[in-house]
Write a protein that binds this ligand. Structure first.
Ligand SMILES: [Zn+2]
Length: 158
């Protein structure tokens, strides 16, 4: 599915959250959960700096949705994120039955930047969301914003 102007608005918020994470010593990732009516219901950013490497915003969204949304609301919601879900977060998204995902940069793009900067590969495989959740409705990358998130990753990792 194509990325709309509304999608870009939410992705820009993800970018802001990623910048906020970076400025606070965390990795630059941010995500937003939007319901079927277009209302932002929850947002978070990466919080791994204290040592819990699983504190990704997409996982927090999946957990939040468990106690705040009905199954129908989850299926109709959209998750926006500055970086494509990792396999852990894809699985959580799939298990909770959340709806569409729109990401700013793909996992493959991030992996290629890290390689370009000589950063060693992480312990978890780089997989597209649909390799983990075959039925997921996924859009991305958002070409017009990719350079901005790349700059944030460069500040963190290069
Ligand atoms: Zn993740």
């Amino acid at each position: 599915m194509e990325i709309t102007e509304t999608d870009l608005t939410h992705l820009r918020r993800c970018l802001e959250l990623a910048r906020e994470a970076l400025d606070d010593g965390d990795e630059p990732f941010g995500s937003v959960l939007v319901d079927a009516a277009g209302t932002v219901r929850f947002e978070d950013r990466n919080r791994v700096e204290d040592g819990d490497e699983t504190r990704h915003p997409e996982l927090e969204i999946a957990r939040w949705s468990a106690s705040h949304l009905t199954p129908d609301e989850r299926a109709a919601a959209t998750v926006y994120t500055s970086g494509e879900h990792c396999p852990m977060c894809s699985a959580a998204h799939g298990w909770m039955g959340l709806g569409r995902i729109v990401y700013l940069a793909s996992s493959a793009q991030l992996a290629s930047w890290l390689e370009e900067w000589g950063v060693p590969a992480g312990p978890v495989a780089v997989l597209p969301i649909t390799a983990v959740v075959p039925g997921a409705d996924v859009a991305g990358p958002a070409d017009e914003l990719v350079e901005e998130i790349k700059q944030l990753h460069r500040r963190r990792f290069a």
